[in-house]
Design a protein around this ligand. Structure first.
Ligand code: GRF
Length: 200
């Protein structure tokens, strides 16, 4: 595992299974991304993403309004964790909560989110998980894909950093389309994290 102290620190926020986190861990481990994952945090104490982090020897934190005594506590805790580990890039990989504005301001241009469609299409309220792929199929679109964008205070509207396209094929269901897009996500997130580390 690449744990050189000279490597910049990144941190990852997740809410669910954490397959994107896993893909990033693998790329850090093999040296494709020269970084150290300082910590992983989730608003959901049962998120499998936290277990994946622990298995990889990465500190895993449950940070929610419940654990921190309210939303101000969440903001305080996240800021504390960012500062303590001098985090350069914060990655939202399936994080289902709105990030406190103070956290976004603490890392200007260095907080990224991954979305399973080609924003600005199929983004915004209610567009998460299978809902995104259902909407793509319903629209009759022949293409969908992956978007990595900067997180700004206007959610899902931050500048697009990288997009990749996936085909919608006849007979697709939300599950088959979702699996195709997810595989592309796994091969995309680390590339943008690496690029962002190189230019910040
Ligand atoms: C991914 O589709 C990501 O684009 C979206 O949430 C999902 C997270 O999946 N924001 P996983 O937890 O990384 O498996």
């Amino acid at each position: 595992m690449s744990l050189s102290v000279s490597h910049p620190s990144i941190a990852v926020l997740c809410s669910g299974g954490g397959s994107n986190l896993q893909a990033l861990i693998s790329r850090v481990d093999c040296g494709d991304v020269e970084a150290r994952i300082a910590w992983v945090a989730s608003n959901n104490g049962n998120a499998f993403a936290l277990e994946r982090a622990r298995r990889a020897g990465i500190p895993a934190h449950h940070v929610s309004a419940l654990t921190e005594g309210g939303s101000e506590g969440v903001e305080r805790k996240l800021l504390e964790l960012l500062e303590e580990h001098s985090v350069r890039v914060l990655v939202l990989a399936g994080y289902m909560k709105v990030l406190p504005a103070a956290v976004i301001r603490a890392l200007p241009g260095r907080v990224v989110n991954i979305h399973p469609a080609l924003l600005p299409a199929f983004g915004g309220k209610g567009m998460y998980g299978a809902h995104v792929h259902e909407a793509v199929l319903k629209s009759g679109a022949q293409w969908t894909g992956v978007t990595i964008h900067l997180v700004t205070e206007n959610y899902d509207e931050g500048p697009v950093l990288r997009q990749r396209v996936a085909a919608v094929v006849p007979g697709d269901t939300p599950a088959t389309l979702g699996a195709r897009v997810l595989a592309l996500e796994h091969d995309t997130l680390w590339r943008e994290v690496r690029a962002l580390l190189e230019r910040t």
